[in-house]
Design a protein around this ligand. Sequence first.
Ligand code: SF4
Length: 295
Amino acid sequence: MFDVHHSHTLFRPPAEAYSLIIRIMDGCPWNQCTFCGMYKGVPCRFLSVEKMDAEIAGARKTYPQAQRIFLADGDVMALSFEKLKAVLQRLNERFPRLARVNVYANGHSILQKSDAELRELRALKLSTLYMGLESGHEETLRAVKKRETAEEMIEAGQRAQSAGLKISVMILTGLGGQKSSTLHAAATADALNRMQPRLLSALRVIPIPGTELYDQEKSSAFTQLTEHQAMEELRQTIQGLELESTVFRANHSSNILPMEGRFPKDKNRLLDELDALLASGVLDTASPGAPPLSL
Ligand code: SF4
């Protein structure tokens, strides 16, 4: 029996801080990425349509004037087209001022929808899909057990944007470790250039206790970049980006230097900031440095 009481931590993108959050599922249907501890031990379950209705009705009582809604948890796009359409229709009925509905979406789940279905979801105010590319480097993606290939994620991003949806793509600095840093940076920039996301966030990979990546680091199967190398890798990625209209953020607490800008106009300024940091002597060249206080 599914209980609508969700006991695990709620994750949402920083940009959704002021959105009304409605949880219509628990966990992530894949839940195998070696670096991810978000839903460890959380069985993936979608609420029944009736229970989703109850959650939506409850949320409406709290905030009937909501304009922005974020549907949680980990991959709401994995809902069947018919169910997602029903949820969006209900949100449109219940929230008269609704402007957009945003969700986490994996490449696989986007590719399960036809172009016509993606357009129909867009017409029902589905707006931004937060998608973890993590890397464009195939070997790195396989090593961290990402479900999709880089090609699949590029296609998913392109198809979503062609249907009028925005994609907000996350990449992980350091995911290839010492072994693949250069290849990871170059292939990630290439993948992003083909996707042309409207929003791009760079986070730094930090092995978290309880994840496979953490165990690999302990057994030396994965070697984290030093602070200096991580910034060099991010510089290489940014150098390789040819983005036509993208808002870039690297302000998650995992990052060493909080950065923000718009491509293409701020590319050189971002590179200058990184060059200044790399030359400053403050970065640890022997270790990844102290982990951030919060992740
Ligand atoms: S990174 Fe995303 S797809 Fe991978 S396990 Fe975590 S939530 Fe699921």
